[in-house]
Design a protein around this ligand. Structure first.
Ligand code: IVH
Length: 714
């Protein structure tokens, strides 16, 4: 509804916009009424045409239009080409048309430590010929950067940051955000006011929404920023309107019609105008006070209702800002102080063991869900028996969780000072001796850290094998995710992966929720997967030690499946990049009657058995990429992984820098993963790496870096 306050604001804004009119044919009351009518009509047009949810009857709407038209006819000086009386039909389609920013939306340079911040202060003061400026300190909100334009006090447009020069028009979605006023609450609004800020999804609402989604069997949103970005970029603003988005403003674009001395004056204007500003902001600070601000919020980063990833320090005076200028990407008068990767305490509910596709028993932590570095973490790998022993984490412990490279959840260790007495008494956790899925014995092999379930038919193993078979980088069967795999396994419709190619259409149609469309889509995806080249098939088979890299080496060397199957262990081991361990595993796989039969059935079903990789060549899918590999990979040695990148035209370097395209993170990754996060370089795990090698593109979820997702950078 248009409330009285809005009407009053609109009235004052309209009033003020025309305050300069010399000829005052219309009295103040009339001008106020015209302004109020325009606000109300725009509001109702929007409810009607865009949200499809009108608040007033058509008759009432027509009455408002009629009244406005009559007033404009009686007082032509009040008429305006933008008046709703001159508009016909629906507002423009809310497709995301590109809009050039009148002034570039710059980024910020980062520092990570107090000493670096001091070095920045020194640079600033040198740039100001020794003057000591005052500073504003703000929180760095991890949201979606947008730019709002107000023309004569009226909200005119919202544009995403895009690449900084051109963004996308998201006006329709932005109109649904309550924090963004339709009219500025100023007696004398500037002719043009461009305001920059961050749209965010409030953390509490985010967690609540995810709980509800989980209960409804829907997928969780990864983190509040993605949820905000997704909501804002809905084609249908009615969907945006259902999300509790909010906004804080922190910067200016082009301003016409008002001159301001400094940043605090700008923030005060925003607050007066009814625009949302962060109340944590502190102005008039010296160096010492800035350090205190940064330190305080590092300790209290979870207090605000938005996610923050640092603080932003700005020279206040606009004259001094001009004097300092900007580099090509960032102003010299502002700096972001980034906080270290987050570590959060949470309760370790349990240590569970999963059986992977090779039978390997993987212990993992079941955590009380906790928001870490922007997404909820509820499980984290514990790698193997030795790792659990080393960390001595026990169910019931308070543990510290963080994300390696901001991507892969891990448990750092237990907070022993908070260990409950009964947990202390229970002693260290013991690795199970029986498989939790099939009760078969679990055995640890001599000289290996890993333990294995001894049952080849272990249901967990089968499920994992099946999921892997259908995954991206393998046979890439769309619609065959873990849910489908589990369902079909539980119903006995598939047992081994060759069964995937013998699914019965009628049996699928008989399943609950499986209509013709879903069924036929899946069958079509399965049919299409038969065309995957040999290297994908070899990877999909799940032969121990054969990851995407080795699969490519084998496919390229042998050219087709039959030649490989007939090759001796020595011949296989002689392939460049393939050692005796892999050769033995491959030979065993094809010699084992059970697995050999699976392969025969796949061939009989018509899967492709030759390769796209000519001898000595690989598709140069990684031309121009610089890749850093850290931690140990399961499916290949470091050298093989490097070779795979080089074969595809990419480059492998050992240290992470801004020009790194992607960091591949294996087990126990170390500091390179953290460095990647600091620099905003995308990080992928081993499966993501396989997908990257296969497709030449980063899988979803890895594109956290600014270069890859500029529109979402916060
Ligand atoms: S000022 C020209 N202040 O962080 C300076 N930016 O990593 C423009 N951000 O592009 C930025 N909170 O989208 C500023 N208090 C704050 C901020 C902030 C979040 C975002 C902004 C910027 C990005 C740089």
């Amino acid at each position: 509804m248009v409330d009285d306050a809005t009407r009053a604001r609109a009235a004052r804004a309209g009033d003020a916009a025309r305050a300069g009119d010399a000829a005052r044919a219309a009295d103040a009351a009339t001008r106020q009424r015209v302004a109020a009518l325009r606000t109300a009509i725009e509001h109702h047009r929007y409810r009607y045409y865009v949200l499809d949810d009108p608040e007033v009857s058509d008759a009432e709407f027509d009455r408002l239009i009629g009244e406005l038209r009559a007033l404009e006819e009686a007082h032509p000086e009040l008429d305006h080409p933008d008046s709703p009386t001159h508009k016909v039909g629906a507002p423009p389609d809310p497709a995301f048309t590109p809009v050039a920013h009148r002034e570039r939306m710059l980024s910020l340079d980062n520092v990570f430590e107090a000493a670096e911040l001091d070095a920045w202060f020194d640079r600033v003061e040198r740039g100001l010929d020794g003057a000591q400026p005052t500073y504003t300190a703000e929180l760095k909100v991890d949201g979606v950067a947008i730019s709002l334009s107000y023309v004569d006090g009226w909200f005119a447009r919202a544009v995403t940051r895009g690449d900084g020069r051109t963004g996308e028009d998201i006006t329709a979605g932005a109109r649904t955000i309550e924090a963004i006023p339709a009219v500025l609450d100023l007696r004398d609004p500037p002719a043009l006011l461009e305001v920059r800020g961050e749209v965010y999804f409030p953390v509490a609402a985010f967690e609540e929404m995810n709980r509800a989604r989980e209960q409804a069997g829907q997928e969780r949103f990864a983190n509040p920023r993605n949820a905000a970005s997704g909501a804002l970029r809905q084609k249908d603003p009615r969907v945006t309107a259902t999300r509790p988005l909010s906004m804080v403003c922190h910067g200016r674009g082009v301003i016409e019609g008002v001159t301001l001395p400094d940043h605090p004056a700008f923030l005060a204007l925003l607050a007066d105008a009814g625009l949302p500003v962060a109340h944590e902001t502190r102005t008039g600070l010296d160096r010492r006070a800035v350090h205190d601000f940064v330190a305080h919020w590092a300790e209290h980063r979870h207090d605000p209702d938005y996610e923050i990833d640092g603080a932003v320090v700005k020279v206040e005076s606009f004259a001094q800002q001009r004097q300092l200028g900007a580099t090509s990407a960032a102003p010299r008068w502002a700096i972001a102080v980034k906080y270290p990767p987050e570590e959060r305490e949470t309760r370790l509910r349990d240590i569970a063991v999963n059986i992977g596709r090779t039978g390997k028993a993987n212990p993992y932590a079941v955590l009380e869900p906790v928001l870490v570095s922007g997404s909820t973490v509820s499980t984290a790998t514990l790698h193997n028996e030795d790792q659990v022993a080393l960390k001595d984490v026990r169910p019931g412990d308070v543990v510290i969780a963080r994300k390696a490279g901001d991507v892969i959840p891990e448990v750092v260790g237990a907070v022993t000072s908070k260990r409950p007495p009964e947990v202390a008494e229970a002693g260290p956790w013991r690795f199970p001796t029986e498989c939790p899925f099939c009760a078969s014995p679990i055995e640890r092999l001599e000289g290996e850290a890993a333990s294995y379930c001894t049952n080849l038919d272990c249901p967990s193993r089968k499920l994992e094998a099946l999921e892997h078979f259908a995954s991206r980088g393998a046979m890439d069967i769309d619609g065959f995710g873990s849910e489908t795999a589990r369902l079909l396994l539980d119903l006995g419709m598939v047992g081994q992966f060759a069964d995937v190619y013998h699914l019965d259409r009628d049996a699928l149609l008989a399943l609950e929720g499986w209509g013709e469309k879903k069924t036929d889509n899946l069958l079509a995806a399965i049919e299409a997967s038969k065309e995957q080249p040999l290297e994908r098939l070899l990877f999909a088979l799940g032969i121990p030690h054969v990851g995407g890299t080795v699969a490519g080496l084998l496919a390229r060397h042998f050219g087709d499946l039959d030649t490989l199957r007939q090759a001796s262990e020595e011949e296989i081991g002689a392939v460049d990049g393939v050692g005796p361990v892999i050769a033995q595993a491959v030979r065993q796989f094809f010699d084992n009657p059970r697995t050999a039969e699976q392969v025969d059935r796949l061939v009989a079903a018509g899967v492709r058995t030759d390769t796209d990789l000519g001898a000595g060549t690989a598709e140069r899918t990684l031309e121009g990429w610089t890749v850093v590999i850290t931690g140990s990979l399961e499916g290949s040695t470091r050298d093989e992984a490097k070779q795979a990148v080089v074969d595809r035209g990419g480059k492998v370097t050992s240290s992470v820098s801004k020009s790194t395209s992607v960091v591949v993170v294996g087990d126990s990754p170390g500091s390179k993963a953290d460095k990647a996060r600091e620099l905003g370089v995308p990080v992928v795990d081993e499966d993501g790496f396989a997908a990257l090698l296969a497709t030449g593109a980063l899988p979803e979820g890895a594109t956290d870096g600014p270069a890859a997702a500029p529109a979402d950078e916060g």
